[in-house]
Design a protein around this ligand. Structure first.
Ligand SMILES: *[C@@H]1O[C@H](CO)[C@@H](O)[C@H](O)[C@H]1NC(C)=O
Ligand SMILES: *[C@@H]1O[C@H](CO)[C@@H](O)[C@H](O)[C@H]1NC(C)=O
Length: 159
């Protein structure tokens, strides 16, 4: 019995690490913006004024997702302005969201996707999902209070 447990552990651990490694390889990388879906309506629902919305929805930013050995994640979206979110999985952090909103966020990985829950006193709860693979990355954003949902599509340009 003891022997069997040890045997299972030895086999299971590398397999588990391999699975995590594969999930990360699919998420981590550099991406170029391609198109938006419903972004203006989403930004309107979270209270971003018209002129700022026009600028935000017309930019074609780059998205960069990275993680280092200490499990520190950085997600940077940059066009004329540059916003970086820094976090460790499962730990709460402060994050700047477009429109001058500061939120308390927590990010986890579920089904090979990064999932961020953000709460701000001004706008309530926003859920974001980063769904990435070898060719693209899709960010889905949902504002809980209004039910408005938007998507941003990015094409992978580097691993
Ligand atoms: C994240 O950003 C910090 C500083 O902005 C930098 O020191 C760190 O190396 C970055 N980590 C990754 C994984 O890019
Ligand atoms: C990447 O994901 C998209 C959307 O989910 C899908 O259409 C595409 O086939 C996927 N590409 C690969 C290489 O898995």
């Amino acid at each position: 019995m003891q022997q069997r447990k040890t045997f299972m552990l030895i086999n299971f651990v590398p397999f588990y690490l391999l699975l995590i490694h594969c999930a990360l390889a699919q998420i981590v990388g550099k991406y170029q913006h391609e198109k938006n879906e419903n972004l203006d309506a989403f930004y309107e629902a979270v209270g971003i004024p018209g002129l700022s919305r026009k600028i935000l929805t017309s930019t074609k930013p780059q998205l960069e997702i990275s993680v280092d050995k200490s499990q520190q994640w950085n997600i940077t979206i940059s066009s004329f302005l540059r916003l970086t979110s820094k976090f460790k999985l499962g730990e709460e952090y402060e994050e700047d969201i477009p429109g001058g909103i500061v939120a308390k966020s927590t990010t986890i990985i579920e089904d090979d996707k990064l999932k961020t829950t953000s709460i701000s006193p001004d706008i309530g709860k926003i859920l974001r999902t980063y769904e990435c693979n070898n060719t693209l990355c899709i960010i889905t954003m949902k504002h809980e209070q209004s039910g408005k949902e938007a998507k941003r599509y990015f094409k992978r340009i580097a691993s």
